[in-house]
Design a protein around this ligand. Structure first.
Ligand code: SF4
Length: 702
């Protein structure tokens, strides 16, 4: 007999609902859930092949392992031995060097329950805020942008607003490849409404541009200049919402002064786009009754990521396009549960339920709730800071779970040096990937998607429950179970949950009275309703809250949204004679992060099987580079060797590398992050993945 289980896709932040069918012989197949409000039965290529991630156990970690000395191989041990030794080492290090000498580095792919217990363990019991995740690398600039403009990290809109918009500005994103089902909803909206205008701003002509009325192919790093120029056009044309600006926003006068400092013609030259195209884009926005701004990494992953976010959100604010149907700023999350991590406060500068770590009253509330020790008042180390601190000796031990930093962090060789210098490294993962695992003193096998239950929150604040479908192979355990067992070995109370539902209810209870209140929510309700959008209240709204700020009351002290003003300059590593090209990195359609799941699915590797460099034919001709020829790319940090793809889809002076590949046949010369730099946005601490100075040459055999 076939059993069927409802779950959620574990790849991108779209959060598609799926049904997993388990046959009598144990084999699995997946289909889109026709009743799920996100995808209505649709799945993209990654989602359709999701079952292979748990059916193929060939590279799975099956047992805990310990390496007793760095010169010996790891050996299989029991869970008790692995966790007791880890607890003993952590206690010794903390006693000698203090709680800030240890850190946890986790992932936006962790379930909310997992995020919750890790955060509770280190902040509430160990006494350090050294918990950060790879979400720092993808959406922390959006978190800061929302907080500064709206008073709190609050995505205001729903996917259903897409069908109600008549203008969408997609900035620094390629949702046609990276959020495919969401983009199919945009395509369907265009088919139903030929007047829907789509503006894309991106230095590359991506698949998303095929639907664009205007593609603003801007120079990397000039997004603020572009957004300010559009703002100026709107003001000049009288297409701003004066009533909204007067009653519900502050900062317009200074903004007006700032955007009038540059002419549109000057902005067009800096951005490398036609002045007429800026004016055309502004006219689409100015005439729209519903206007959505949609963005991801092109804005977030920047040394000025927060300013890029704010300058885009400003376009919604000056036109009053927020809190009403078909309108609002909408940052897409890259990972499936980056939003859940934000809910539990799973970054080094956050507290649960969007409380503020720097606020003593908020810390006291959480301390009283957890019943552990004092929460440290200063933010902990962020993702890149952790690896810098391993290098300079401030950090002695790191526990890495559900992420592969030696592929995904910028300046990967610096991160690698950090792991070599660490006194103690724990890696908790599902598969035996060749990059980070070799540095582990303790390896802990984790259960994968479909081998555990829990919850995730997608880009539109929609919380979904994931059913367990199959048992994990070997002795692998769910991540939350591993963390709770470790906490108990450390001697901490409050981690003896009977099941994962209890963890969820504790997290939900901690949200009571906050703006993300889900204190009424539990697994039973989620199983019955399939999904709800926070905030949720049994009495007020049976399916949660699709749209925020309908009352135009923002979460700032004045209850007004803030229109921020700032200079439009970019602080990235500028090209020079030695490194004259700008490298931007990103994703391809059928791969996910560092290939640990998608990389073993043949159907997905057929799309693009190996790393490549996109380069404009003019830049290639200057270097006598032919299409498909191997090239050497150098930056001040390192080297990559891949085949060149000549294309006019990229601007002259700019080259593109996909970020997925790490070690291939023992060579790390496919790893894009050999080249990237560790500059970060000063407020969000998000790295500048989209802008590094490089040189490209033909590869010549020695
Ligand atoms: Fe999964 Fe994202 Fe594809 Fe939906 S769009 S099936 S969530 S990868």
């Amino acid at each position: 007999m076939t059993e069927s289980f409802k779950s959620t896709c574990c790849y991108c932040g779209v959060g598609c609902g799926i049904v997993v069918h388990k046959e009598k012989n144990g084999s699995l197949r997946v289909e889109g859930d026709p009743h799920h409000p996100v995808n209505k039965g649709m799945l993209c290529s990654k989602g359709m092949n999701l079952h292979y991630t748990v059916m193929d156990t060939s590279d799975r970690l099956l047992y805990p392992e310990i390496r007793y000395s760095r010169h010996q191989p790891r050996q299989r041990v029991s869970w008790d031995d692995a966790l007791e030794r880890t607890a003993a080492v952590f206690k010794t290090i903390i006693k000698k060097y203090g709680p800030d000498s240890v850190a946890f580095y986790a992932s936006g792919q962790c379930l909310t329950e997992e995020y919750y217990v890790i955060n509770k363990l280190i902040k509430g019991f160990i006494g350090s805020n050294n918990i950060d995740t790879n979400s720092r690398l993808c959406m922390s600039s959006a978190v800061v942008g929302y907080k500064m403009a709206l008073g709190e990290d609050s995505v205001p809109i729903s996917y259903d607003d897409i069908e109600l918009a008549d203008c969408i500005l997609v900035a620094g994103a390629n949702p046609a490849w990276c959020h495919p089902i969401l983009w199919r909803r945009v395509e369907a909206a265009r088919a139903a409404n030929p007047h829907l205008k789509i503006i894309v701003s991106d230095p590359r002509k991506t698949q998303t541009c095929s639907l664009a009325n205007v593609h603003l192919q801007l120079n990397p790093g000039t997004d603020v200049v572009l957004h300010h120029a559009i703002g100026r056009c709107l003001i000049e044309a009288g297409q701003v919402d004066h009533d909204f600006i007067q009653h519900h926003a502050e900062g317009f006068e200074k903004y007006q002064y700032t955007v009038f400092e540059r002419s549109i013609a000057e902005a067009a030259v800096i951005c490398g786009v036609e002045e007429a195209d800026i004016r055309l884009a502004a006219s689409y926005i100015g005439k729209a009754k519903g206007f959505i701004t949609m963005w991801t990494m092109g804005l977030n992953q920047s040394v000025i990521g927060v300013n890029k976010n704010l300058s885009l959100i400003n376009l919604n604010l000056i036109t009053g396009h927020i809190g009403k149907p078909g309108s609002g700023p909408f940052s897409l999350t890259g990972q499936p549960n980056a939003m859940g991590g934000r809910e539990v406060g799973g970054l080094s500068n956050l507290l649960p339920a969007h409380r503020d770590l720097l606020n003593p009253a908020h810390r006291a509330e959480v301390e009283a709730f957890w019943g552990g020790g004092k929460i440290a008042p200063a933010p902990g180390l962020t993702a890149t800071e952790m690896f810098e601190a391993l290098n300079d000796g401030r950090l002695k031990a790191i526990w890495i779970l559900c992420t592969n930093p030696l592929v995904s962090l910028p300046d990967a060789r610096l991160a690698e040096e950090g792991l070599k210098k660490a006194k103690f490294v724990v890696v908790q993962d599902i598969s035996n990937r060749p990059e980070t695992i070799p540095y582990a003193d303790v390896v802990l096998p984790a259960a994968a998607w479909a081998e555990k239950e829990g919850t995730m929150t997608n880009s539109e604040r929609r919380i979904s429950y994931l059913q367990k479908v199959v048992d994990a192979p070997g002795e692998a355990l769910p991540d939350a179970a591993i963390i709770c067992r470790f906490a108990q070995k450390m001697g901490y109370a409050g981690f003896d949950y009977k099941n994962f539902g209890e963890i969820y209810q504790e997290h939900a209870a901690l949200t009571a009275g906050t703006r993300i209140d889900i204190s009424d929510l539990n697994y039973d309700i989620l199983k019955e309703k399939r999904s709800v959008q926070w905030p949720y209240s049994k009495q007020i709204n049976g399916h949660g809250t699709p749209r925020l700020f309908a009352d135009k009351q923002f979460y700032t002290p004045s209850r007004k949204a803030i229109i921020h003003s700032f200079p439009d300059n970019n602080e990235s590593e500028m090209p020079d004679d030695d490194f004259p090209l700008i490298l931007t990195t990103g994703r391809i359609r059928d791969q996910w992060h560092t290939l640990s799941k998608t990389g073993k699915v043949n159907k997905l590797t057929q799309h693009i099987a190996e790393a490549f460099l996109e380069i404009h034919p003019d830049d290639a001709a200057r270097r006598q580079i032919r299409d498909q020829e191997v090239v050497v790319i150098n930056s001040r940090r390192g080297e990559v060797r891949v085949k060149a793809r000549l294309t006019t889809d990229i601007k002259p002076g700019v080259v593109f590398l996909p970020m997925h590949w790490g070690k291939v046949l023992n060579s790390d010369l496919n790893r894009a992050n050999n080249l990237t730099n560790n500059l970060v946005d000063p407020k969000s601490k998000e790295p500048d993945f989209k802008f590094s100075a490089v040189q490209v040459q033909r590869y010549q055999k020695p």
